[in-house]
Every structure is written in C-alpha cells, then in structure tokens.
Design a protein around this ligand. Structure first.
Ligand SMILES: [Zn+2]
Length: 226
C-alpha cells in the first residue's frame, strides 16, 4: 500500500518554481506608457513584496529612462512593447506601425538586453492589419480584462476600490506608472491582493494556458473576427 502524494496545492511555491496559474489564484498587474517618472518607486515596492508585474513600454520613454527598463528586466518583471510614440495603429500606415514596433524593440534591447515578446497596441486598438504585423514580429497582442481607471480617478482609494472590484483569478489589470496615486497606493493594494490569496505574476504566467500564437489577441475584443 502506498500513500498518495500530498496535493501540490498545499505547497507554497518556492521562488525558483514558476507559479501555475491553473492551480493557484494569479493576477497580472500591467503598467502602460512608461517607464513613467514614478517607476523607480514602483519597482522598490514590487521588490519589497516579491511581486511581479508587466510593463508595456513606450519606446520614447525607454530611451529617456533606460535605467528603469534595465531594473525591470533584472528584477524579473516582464517587458512588453506599447509602440514608440503611442499612435492609434488602426489609423497609420503599415510601414509606420512596423517602425513604431521595431524602434521600441531596439530601445528595450539596448536598455535591458532583452526584447519584448508581447505587444499591447496603443489604446488597445487593433485590426487584422495590426494583427498581421504583430505576427511578423512574432508577438501576440495583449489587451486587459479590466482597468483600474487610475488615469481618470487619480485617487488612491478609488484606484484600490476599482482594482479590487474587478480582480478575478487570471485578471490582467490595466494601470499606469505615470499616475502618482497608483504608485503611492501600491503597497496597500499588493498587501490586500495577497491577503485574498493572489499571486502577483507576469502576463505570460497568466496567459500560459491560452497557448497564444503570434498575431493572436487576448482577451478577444467583442466583434473581433479572424
Ligand atoms: Zn497607452
């Protein structure tokens, strides 16, 4: 007679073991348009609470604040491409879209030695042409399941309340590291999410089970056909 092994769920994952988001509660906080000027404070907080995040970077700010980008990569966060200067990709020429993506890939590579593997088109705006170009770069497009509305409320309590209201297992939450109140409220928000049993992980951790291919979009927006 042999004893059944202890269920994996009962074990606390060690730092080296990747979190399995099909087994435990995960959430991916994502920060757009940066690195913003409060990115350093945000990185300090994430480090203190051993939380991971995903940064959808804007190439022009990667160029002006490369040291934050280097830190993001070194400290285990995920880096995504959010264009170079934030145009609506559905309103510009294919050549301009390619250039926006490529310039940002190059800037991140120069700053951090790695290249983003995910694309978040500005404003979350994409169409089949944008999808084809994302595929050329080998990247799926990542939108968000819910927003913190931080850019609109700019209020610590409102940002927390909204984020906690929309937080669900495997949520991808849209935030901004240029909003001071988002960064100010992050220690308390992280503590509350952890208290609810969430693991703060990268987008790639959360979408792992989706098996996304280059050019795919996730979550699929209403009315999207391919
Ligand atoms: Zn943006």
């Amino acid at each position: 007679m042999t004893l059944a092994p202890a269920p994996a769920l009962a074990q606390t994952p060690t730092k080296k073991e990747p979190v399995d988001c099909e087994q435990v509660k995960c959430i991916a906080l994502t920060f757009d348009d940066g690195p913003g000027k409060y990115a350093g404070t945000l990185l300090d907080t994430l480090k203190k609470y051993d939380a991971k995040a995903t940064f959808f970077l804007e190439g022009q700010y990667v160029k002006s604040r490369p040291s934050y980008v280097k830190r993001m990569a070194t400290e285990g966060h995920e880096l995504g491409n959010h264009s170079y200067s934030h145009p609506d990709f559905t309103k510009i020429e294919p050549g301009a879209i390619r250039s926006e993506i490529q310039k940002t890939q190059d800037a991140v590579k120069k700053a951090a030695g790695v290249e983003p593997k995910l694309l978040r088109p500005p404003y979350g705006m994409a169409d089949l042409q944008v999808s084809d170009i994302a595929a050329e770069f080998g990247m799926p497009m990542i939108l968000w399941t819910a927003g913190s509305q931080d850019w609109s409320s700019k209020n610590v309590e409102a940002i927390q309340k909204q984020t906690l209201a929309v937080a669900k297992p495997n949520s991808i939450i849209l935030m901004h590291d240029w909003v001071k109140q988002t960064v100010d409220g992050m220690p308390s928000l992280i503590k509350t999410l952890k208290g609810k049993g969430y693991h703060l992980v990268t987008v790639s951790d959360v979408v792992k089970s989706q098996d996304l291919k280059p050019g795919d979009i996730y979550p699929v927006p209403e009315g999207w056909e391919k």
